[in-house]
Design a protein around this ligand. Structure first.
Ligand code: F6P
Length: 322
């Protein structure tokens, strides 16, 4: 058997661990492994090379992806998919592993529709993929956001300030919600439950009245009332609120650096499980983790869908922020 492995979309800490696990699990079965450069773009450019066990050594602790990643508009078109299939057939590649998030697995589903053997590995910091409790990279992104919150809390206390931290997640508030709960934020604003700037101000001024020396607001980048709207409101109502507000936008910082142990282990398990699927003749599925066990979901059920956020956690965050 000859397989190709690519990482696609926004990189996520742990992708390297998944590449390593999948490559070595495949080599252990005497399969050949091609590492494809820069996601589907590399597949279209026929940019790939054979991977041996040593080629994936010394990467488990590294963030990013040794294979490179990209978002590829050409691959969304039929012509792009036909070119990809042509290149795979020319190289006599039997199956493809796609390590990536929502958009990438929608691409995987397209290849599967064309009859090619594909297995998806759930990987995105956003944790918005159907078919898994956790995606590779989200634990690291939460922990980086949390570290920023903890650091801002100490300087906030010294100056009696409120801090607003905006974190990534595209249209999904999962990173903000989890980091906000873990960081004891006064307010958590996510796209799934919007908070008006006036309501944020009210909660902060109540905290100020109770004698709090700092206050933390965690906002997901996809929230409608984001950092800019909050800043405008604070500028207009500063005297009534009590706290001064400072804003920190974390951006791509939450995607960089070393993966946590949890992300390395998740990536290792999912990468190896993807090879097991192929070895058992199964494909056209996403490999994910539900209730601590590896599960598969047909790619057709994953494509173009977004996992809803846990409503109980949202409610818990609201109650705790009183
Ligand atoms: O999907 C992962 C992600 O990091 C999102 O959280 C974010 O909105 C987006 O990618 C950023 O995309 P880019 O890296 O293309 O700027």
């Amino acid at each position: 058997m000859r397989i190709g492995i690519l990482t696609s979309g926004g990189d996520a800490p742990g992708m390297n661990a998944a590449v390593r696990a999948a490559t070595r699990a495949a080599l252990a079965r005497d399969w050949e492994v091609y590492g494809i450069r820069n996601g589907f773009a590399g597949l279209l450019a026929d940019s790939m090379e054979l991977l041996r066990a040593r080629d994936v050594g010394g990467i488990i602790h590294r963030g990013g992806t040794m294979l490179g990643s990209a978002r590829c508009a050409e691959f969304r078109e039929n012509a792009g998919q036909a070119k990809a299939l042509h290149n795979l057939n020319q190289r006599e590649i039997d199956a493809l592993l796609v390590i990536g998030g929502n958009g990438s697995q929608t691409g995987s589903a397209k290849l599967a529709e064309h009859g090619f053997k594909v297995v998806g590995v759930a990987s995105t910091i956003d944790n918005d993929l159907v078919g898994t409790d956790f995606t590779i990279g989200v634990d690291t992104a939460i922990n980086i956001t949390l570290e920023a919150i903890d650091r801002l809390r100490t300087t906030g206390s010294s100056h009696q300030r409120a801090f607003l931290v905006e974190t990534m997640g595209r249209d999904c508030g999962y990173i903000a919600l989890m980091a906000g709960i873990a960081g004891g934020a006064e307010v958590i604003a996510v796209p799934e439950r919007e908070v008006e700037p006036a309501a944020v101000a009210e909660r902060l001024s109540a905290a100020y009245e109770r004698g709090k020396t700092h206050a933390l607001v965690v906002v997901a980048e996809g929230a409608k009332h984001g950092a800019q709207a909050m800043m405008r409101h604070f500028a207009e109502h500063r005297a009534a609120i009590g706290f001064d507000l400072r804003v920190t936008t974390l951006g791509h910082v939450v995607r960089g650096g070393s993966p946590t142990a949890a992300d390395r282990v998740l990536a290792t398990r999912l990468g190896a499980a993807a090879i097991d699927q192929l070895a058992h003749g199964k494909h056209g599925v996403l490999v994910g983790m539900i209730n601590h066990g590896v599960v598969t979901t047909p790619l057709a059920e994953v494509a173009n869908k977004t996992k809803p956020i846990d409503a109980d956690l949202l409610e818990l965050a609201r109650v705790l922020a009183q």
